[in-house]
Write a protein that binds this ligand. Sequence first.
Ligand code: SF4
Length: 359
Amino acid sequence: MGSVFDRKDWGVGDAEWDDWHWQLRESWRTAQRVMDALGLRADSEVCRRYPMQATPYYLSLAQSLGVMDPILRQCVASEEELHGGMPDPFGEEAYSPVPRLVHRYPDRALFMTTSRCATHCRHCMRKRNWQCFDGKPSEDVLVAAVDYVSKHREIREILISGGDPLTLDDDDIAHVLKAFATVDHLEMLRIGSRVPVVMPQRLTDSLCEILGGCGKTVWLAAHFNHPAELSEESRLAVERLLRHGVPVVNQSVLLKGVNDDAETLRLLFTGLLKMKVKPYYLFHGDPIEGTMHFRTGVERGLELMAALRNRVSGMAMPAFSFDLPESGGKIRLEPGCELEKAGDGFAFTSFEGRRIIYR
Ligand code: SF4
């Protein structure tokens, strides 16, 4: 099936299409284009609260002009975003000792480099930050974060996240990575990015060289959610990362109306393996404001995992997982496990031994 937004529609040659700066610059105008095509209003309440943005490349993966197209459903604003959920159910802000750093688990910390993204994913868990800060961290913010990590020898890993950290320029990314690489007790840096999915043009040889050569082991955690996202451009971007010594894993989110059926997940996970990307997590959707319409329920997730178990190799199976509220950490569930019903939710024991209800 052909794309409904053909790259020819943008009227540019390969040089511009393959230039990530052009993709990023065009992403706002492209959002306007899709809204016009679908008859949506840019000044609607949902667009004011959660603005739309999509790279031309990502939009060109859509195969039907309808809000239930799996690509469009992930990047087109919906009135459903205005209902339910909490802005920060995991209390990240309460665990932020210095700006942009979150230290919630003993051995890991998260550093938010920028709130900028190449495409605004409608299911994003940090929608609350989309309009907060923008560009690279100031020198003071970076120094304070590195200083905090230096003084906490129990931290072994930094998750470099955002927004999308790979929307920064090469020099700024190199500066952030090198600053953390000076901390002796850090063993690795993990970059969380959706760029391999929505703007693979960004993964140039020069950027991959920076990631692979920063002085620490760097892993990249990508975020593919649907087999339609496994393009040749993405495959080549993953190849460049691997060539520069950066292994790639994938964290998908189970999204109602996008990937909540066994055949779609089978094609996604086996397709990722073919691209040399290990499916690592399949997350159940968090109860976050603006994303509740994507949640399937934990039981549905377990049913899908059970349906997949005997159809794909163990290598292709990610861990089905979610975050507990009250900073209870991650829970991993195996298909066939017993769930303990508690009112309108389920009871789980956190990594610290607390009983927490998940709804
Ligand atoms: S790229 Fe990541 S941070 Fe940005 S909108 Fe998508 S999920 Fe959220």
